[in-house]
Design a protein around this ligand. Sequence first.
Ligand SMILES: Cc1ncc(COP(=O)(O)O)c(C=O)c1O
Length: 392
Amino acid sequence: MAGFQHIERQLNELKQAGRYRPLTVWEGGSDSWMTLDNGRRVLQMSSNNYLGLTQHPSLKTAAAEAIGTYGVGAGSVRTITGTLDIHDTLERRLAEFKGTEATLVFQSGFTTNQGVLSSILGPDDVVISDELNHASIIDGIRLTKTNKRIYGHKDLDQLEAVLKECGGFRQRLVVTDGVFSMDGDIAPLPQIVELAERYDALVYVDDAHASGVLGKHGKGSTDHFGLHGRVHIQVGTLSKAIGAVGGYVASSQVLKDYLTHTARAFLFSTALPPSVAATCLAAIEVLRNEPELTERLWNNANSFRASLQAAGFDTGGSETPIIPIIVGEPARALDFSRRLLEEGICAQGIVYPTVAMDKGRVRLIITAQHTEEDLAFALGALTKVGKEFGLI
Ligand SMILES: Cc1ncc(COP(=O)(O)O)c(C=O)c1O
């Protein structure tokens, strides 16, 4: 009988290479201190819950009330009976917040990238993509028959050289993460926009890790750099700082109309639960009314990064709350992560193929919820284990 022998073989290879990673099960919800299923409390330094909104009282109330009003599910894809008034309100409010003509909401940031890129790129176009862009961008491009050029990470000379030789295509689309998810560095968006304008290209920025984090009230990297009206397509997530789940594209009404007819991830998958839409609406209000959350996030991140660097850690190119600690070989990076867990710190190990073979790391994500005591505790544990591993 046919079986999964080849799959088991591949799993064994992962185990032998020290890259096998069982899922960790947590008791209770996402918070700054979390309980493992063995009852141990650990400090969470790996979640994307940048502002602690997963536990914000006004978001919880909004979700619960929406369940009372709408029930638990949308009941259909958006194009049949799944566009409820609360989805429409969310899209209008997000457009106001982002300062764009329109937005369209998808079920996740991943499916937003996948849906948008696969819709707008064809064989006559060329997409020009940073080598460290997120997997969902790569997959969205793979679903097309478009022409593809990759430029070195944030390498503007290479980007310009590629733009120069791509004049013959119908459309040139430059795609970049706003904040790079594994390194925590920020795309040089002003220079990218200037180059795109010079060579008649469109600009697409994936702000998954900039949404709620960068710019005034967390409006994203376009706002951070004062580039309103010069970035053609902004993708945001509702899954990270916003505290719920979902993604959206913020752009023109024309693009929204086109995507509602062509984006397969939008057309063929059920709409977000109304309680999620309500949660996201409440989150936008929190971003507007509680700027102290983003302030605390950045104060925490900047001071913790400085402390790590002072202790001698290699934090790569981090300039945001995402702070990698570069360890090296995959197995060593995963061992480092395991030792930190023993010391009460959850710091996710990230290894090849997500990052280069010799750039295995733990990726810390600092949040607004972390207290001074939390960060002092984390620094103590990292210093102790860092010395054991000869990193400092
Ligand atoms: C840069 C980037 N884009 C997109 C996504 C996907 O977002 P979501 O988690 O909402 O699917 C992520 C999340 O991992 C990301 O880091």
